[in-house]
Design a protein around this ligand. Sequence first.
Ligand code: HEM
Length: 237
Amino acid sequence: MVLRLNSLWSVTTVACLIPLLWLLIDVGINNLGSNPIQAVHIRLGDWALRFLCLTLVITPVQTVTKFRGMAAYRQMLGLYAFFYATLHLLAYLLVDHALVWNLIGIDILESPYIWFGLVCYLIVFLLAITSPKWAKKRMGKAWKKLHRYIYIAALAGVVHYFWQLKGNLADPLFYLIVVIVLLGFRVLVWLKNRKFNKMMIPTRKKILVLPVKQDDVLAGISDKQGITVESWVDDET
Ligand code: HEM
């Protein structure tokens, strides 16, 4: 079983490189249309966003299937999102602008859609460098909080896509719906768990036992003088 999972993981790892290979073949055979530089840039951006969405799919799949070995796939897909986003950024810096920094600066200042791309990239970068197990251990609870920013990254990526597009908005709309549905799923699970935790977690409450009448003690009805006890009571509020 472990061997089968490991080989599935290896196959997936290699399969994620197919878009790059496909792009390289298209570059090699000159199959990128009239503006190959733009085509390379666009294809890498598209794949970065696709891998980001695939990364988001993993947690709901794990919740529904209860299959626990999926964290490694989430990490791998997230790293591929970072990989394609980095190539997309490098294509922008090296191929589109030949590292002419003042042109790049002007372009960034004048194009708000690039700000969203930048936000998306910075988050994906932070998630990638904190993805190893040792970073997770070291960061404790902060790790989970930081990694929830993947939803902000995906939304920023979709806005980045929407904003620069001149024509058909169907594709970015599709990604927007995917991200909203996945985010909605997480919110529902969170709400359900919160309600469940509220029902289950006991809170320390004081129960005051009223003093018993002295006459009753004397009459032998009770032998206690009145006490205050502390007890673990379920908090149902
Ligand atoms: C600093 C970071 C980034 C810069 C400077 C940048 C720049 C650009 C530019 C200039 C375009 C327009 C391409 C063209 O039509 O010629 C573009 C498109 C795009 N970018 Fe980015 N981008 C960045 C980060 C990202 C990230 C992190 C993602 C996704 C995770 C992304 C996804 C896309 C997508 C999907 C498109 C549209 C492709 C299409 O038209 O099908 N970008 N980006």
